[in-house]
Ligand binder design. Structure first.
Ligand SMILES: Cc1cc2nc3c(=O)[nH]c(=O)nc-3n(C[C@H](O)[C@H](O)[C@H](O)COP(=O)(O)OP(=O)(O)OC[C@H]3O[C@@H](n4cnc5c(N)ncnc54)[C@H](O)[C@@H]3O)c2cc1C
Length: 455
């Protein structure tokens, strides 16, 4: 099974019209098992999934919807009339979670030219998510939401296409399916993968693979987000992104045992989690960590890992011994990085730096110098100078720009206002400045009032 890192997931409010010819329109299909959801099951079910009409109103009580209850899988097989090139498909459904109607867990696409040998053409939910084609309608008056899953680029062909749906929960609903024509060149494409005797052959294994790839993709997406926000140099960021994409292009095979009992789930998952070492630690004693052998390999060429971790603020840990703090940190590392569970700690060192990072205290800003100094040929920049930001990266960058502006103006009469001058009277600043005295005044008034009412 092929997987993709879902860097962009677009959620829009209405299904978009697809430009290509809908090959399924008006075509006959079979349903297995027969629909059995009492409020929408009727004789029209035999044609409604390809009649071009989408359900209006409360989804599962309308005759235009076809519904199943307590069955899995649901197999919808459309006869396209002849061997046709297939570029994409869409599947329209709805859910209302609090009523027990969930989104499907997976929809496997299988194609066949003769109705006897079937081939896998991908899993629709995963493809739609990766391509940004999970299209949500607005929530209806009864609290349900209609959704259209669409995938393009299937590069398949066949006379028959089957949608093997794995429902989540008790229900499965669908009101319309579309199949989009691809280029004729697809017709000469030889089938790949294992031939299946029926569309639902291998359903359990495919479902297990797809559930696993969803876990791996969720982890990969979380790491991808952290990576995008990290302050790594662009070339290292790109290298990690390329590595992640390469890992995700690999096969995601479910191990024979119950996979959910072991983490990482498989080799791909292990590689994905290893890339998490550039991400921010959450729920750990440390706030941030990096494996220096990966972040700066030129400086740390050795085997294994060299982890650097930062704990800040750390006043609550200060009374503890170095040994105890290291013990807590190592326990968290083992929890966070599965690969570290069996690793031996060869060397560790704790550096206590009371002034490593600034502490935000009231009224201290006035002690920060401006970039211009009383000396004609001395200008200052750096996070400690007055730049309208706290003493972090932003403050350091803005201070540099302010210093440059000042030098250009003073020495060359060039007006280069690199940055907007900070407006100390805007935003939350006045509240910070006046909030504390105002709060104290209110408390004093309240105490006075209480005292007077008791008297
Ligand atoms: C552990 C840690 C974590 C941090 N995390 C964050 C964060 O997540 N986000 C954030 O925004 N900020 C963070 N910061 C703060 C941020 O790193 C600093 O605010 C920023 O780097 C300051 O930039 P600067 O240019 O003012 O000073 P520096 O980056 O300190 O640059 C000063 C340079 O001057 C050099 N120097 C000193 N003396 C001399 C000399 N006599 N001659 C020549 N060169 C000299 C120093 O070697 C240094 O390279 C963190 C800081 C630390 C220590």
């Amino acid at each position: 099974m092929r997987t993709f890192l879902p860097l962009l997931v677009a959620l829009v409010l209405a299904p978009l019209a697809h430009g290509a010819e809908n090959l399924a329109l008006g075509r006959p299909y079979t349903l297995s098992p027969a629909p059995n959801y009492e409020y929408c099951t009727e004789s029209g079910d035999a044609a409604q999934l390809t009649d071009g009409a989408y359900t209006m109103g409360y989804f599962w009580t309308q005759p235009t919807t076809v519904g199943w209850s307590k069955v899995s899988p649901v197999v919808i097989t459309i006869d396209l009339g002849a061997d046709v090139p297939i570029d994409g498909v869409s599947f329209s459904t709805a859910a209302r979670i609090e009523a027990g109607a969930h989104w499907p867990r997976a929809i496997f696409l299988r194609v066949s030219t003769d109705g006897r040998q079937w081939y896998d053409a991908g899993e629709l939910l995963g493809l739609a998510t990766a391509q940004g084609f999970v299209l949500n309608a607005e929530v209806g008056p009864h609290g349900h939401m209609a959704r259209n899953y669409r995938a393009d680029g299937l590069a398949a062909h066949g006379r028959y296409i089957a949608f093997v749906v794995a429902p989540s929960g008790d229900y499965c609903f669908c009101d319309e399916i579309e199949v989009y024509r691809g280029p004729d060149s697809l017709l000469s494409q030889a089938a790949t993968g294992k031939a299946l005797a029926s569309p639902e052959e291998g359903f359990e294994k495919a479902l297990s693979d797809s559930q696993m790839s969803q876990v791996i993709l969720a982890d990969a997406a979380a790491i991808g987000r952290d990576l995008a926000q990290s302050s790594l140099p662009p070339e290292r960021k790109k290298a990690f992104q390329d590595e992640m994409l390469a890992v995700l292009q690999g096969p995601v095979d479910a191990p024979p045992l119950a996979y959910y009992e072991t983490f990482p789930l498989n080799e791909t998952h292990r590689k994905v989690l290893e890339l998490a070492n550039i991400a921010t630690g959450i729920g750990t004693v440390f706030n941030w960590f990096a494996d220096l052998t990966q972040v700066v390999p030129e400086a740390f060429p050795q085997e294994g890992s060299v982890l650097e971790l930062v704990i800040t603020p750390c006043g609550h840990l200060r009374p503890l011994s170095d040994e105890r703090i290291l013990e807590m940190v190592i326990a968290d590392i083992r929890k966070l990085l599965p690969g570290a569970r069996d690793a031996e700690v060869l060397k560790s060192r704790l550096v206590r730096d009371r002034q490593g990072i600034f502490a935000q205290r009231p009224h201290m800003d006035r002690y920060r110098p401006t970039q211009r100094t009383p000396l004609d040929n001395l200008y200052l920049c750096g996070d400690f100078t007055m730049a309208g930001h706290s003493a972090g990266m932003e403050g350091a960058v803005v201070s540099g720009k302010l210093a440059t502006s000042a030098i250009l103006l003073d020495k060359m009469q060039v007006v280069e206002d690199y940055v907007e001058h900070p407006h100390f009277s805007h935003g939350l600043i006045p509240f910070i400045k006046y909030g504390q005295p105002a709060l104290l005044a209110l408390l004093a008034l309240r105490m006075l009032k209480n005292k007077l009412s008791k008297a």
